[in-house]
Design a protein around this ligand. Structure first.
Ligand code: HXC
Ligand code: NAP
Length: 266
């Protein structure tokens, strides 16, 4: 997709993107790089991450470095922030996209299964945000973009772990917006609906489930990675300079009918 944004809107900026080695957040990193930013991406699988960084650098012509780490490991995350600052001298945009998910009924979900997803998604988001705040954002301002979901806007069976984690991320987004707005730190979130060609949808919408889900989406299709990347670009840029503490839902209208039994009447 050709970008609708001018290609220098993030010139001179630096972005740190967790989950940037694959899927939606690789698409976000690609868009930030293509519009002027330099970028550090974070994930656990070092080889895949290095491959993604090399590919992103080659395709965008701007430097992307791979910093392997687990967002649950606070010492490793502090090192990631230090390494990004050593390499680039600044961090302007933080994208918290690292997440884990699987389908599991609550009755069969182990204590550790619930805890694991909470720790990666919710606590991981806090860990990276806090480390970046301490080492850079508190004194220089910046822009935090969390990746949420729509699971918790209604109730979603088989998703008590991920829905709870994403609800916590929305709460963090709004709370930090109030606490850190005065410091020049904008905090927002993107809540994607089902996005095509992602690990998330491979796990949550296997086989015929995709067709049934698509039938319930007012726009009649899954979203695309580049559509999520455009929202991140908008939030990272001055075009959104008065948007703060928002969770931007981008789901083709999918969650709307869930609040009204009459939505299916016609
Ligand atoms: C039930 C499961 C499970 C499953 C793991 N567990 N998979 N329980 N069903 N399918 C349980 C394990 O049994 C274990 O509990 C606990 O979770 C931790 O498992 P580990 O494998 O040790 O965890 P870890 O190595 O940390 O890996 C985390 C992971 C893994 C989430 C389980 O799948 C992962 O790394 N995922 C990253 C990629 C990913 O998920 N991408 C999709 C993001 S999409 P016990 O009790 O046995 O010790 C997304 C979409 C949101 O977030 C919204 C979409 C609409
Ligand atoms: P994905 O490709 O699996 O992205 C998740 C990324 O997080 C991976 O690159 C993974 O890399 C990284 N990660 C996982 N656990 C980590 C950890 N403990 N530490 C550091 N990195 C970790 O899945 P996706 O579908 O594109 O999802 C991306 C984001 O969008 C997630 O926040 C997800 O919840 C959200 N979302 C997706 C959809 C969808 O339709 N796909 C819908 C709503 C929301 P490693 O495995 O190498 O660590």
């Amino acid at each position: 997709m050709k970008s609708v944004f001018r290609d220098d809107i993030l010139e001179g900026k630096v972005a740190l993107v967790t989950g940037g080695g694959s899927g939606i957040c690789k698409g976000i990193a690609q868009a930030l790089l293509a519009h002027g930013a330099r970028c550090a991406i974070v994930g656990r699988k070092a080889e895949r991450l290095a491959g993604a960084a090399a590919e992103l650098s080659a395709t965008t012509g701007r430097e992307c470095i791979a910093l392997p780490a687990d967002v649950r490991d606070t010492a490793a995350i502090e090192k990631v922030v230090d390494s990004t600052l050593e390499r680039f001298g600044r961090i302007d945009v933080l994208v918290n996209g690292a997440a884990g998910n699987f389908l599991a009924p609550a009755a069969q979900l182990s204590y550790n299964g619930f805890k694991t997803v909470m720790e990666i998604d919710a606590i991981g988001t806090f860990n990276v945000t806090k480390a970046t705040f301490e080492k850079r954002l508190r004194d220089h301002g910046g822009n935090v973009i969390n990746i949420s979901a729509t699971l918790h806007l209604g109730g979603t069976p088989l998703q008590v772990h991920a829905a709870s984690a994403k609800a916590a991320i929305d709460a963090m987004t709004r709370t930090l917006a109030i606490e850190w707005g005065p410091l020049g730190i904008r905090v927002n979130a993107i809540a994607p609906g089902p996005i095509d060609e992602t690990e998330g949808m491979k796990r949550l919408a296997p086989g015929g489930v995709k067709d049934r889900m698509t039938a319930a989406i007012p726009l009649g299709r899954f979203g695309r990675i580049d559509e999520m990347a455009s929202i991140a670009l908008f939030l990272a840029s001055d075009a959104s300079s008065y948007i703060h503490g928002e969770v931007i839902v981008a789901d083709g209208g999918a969650w709307l009918p869930t609040v009204s039994p009459l939505a299916f009447a016609g």
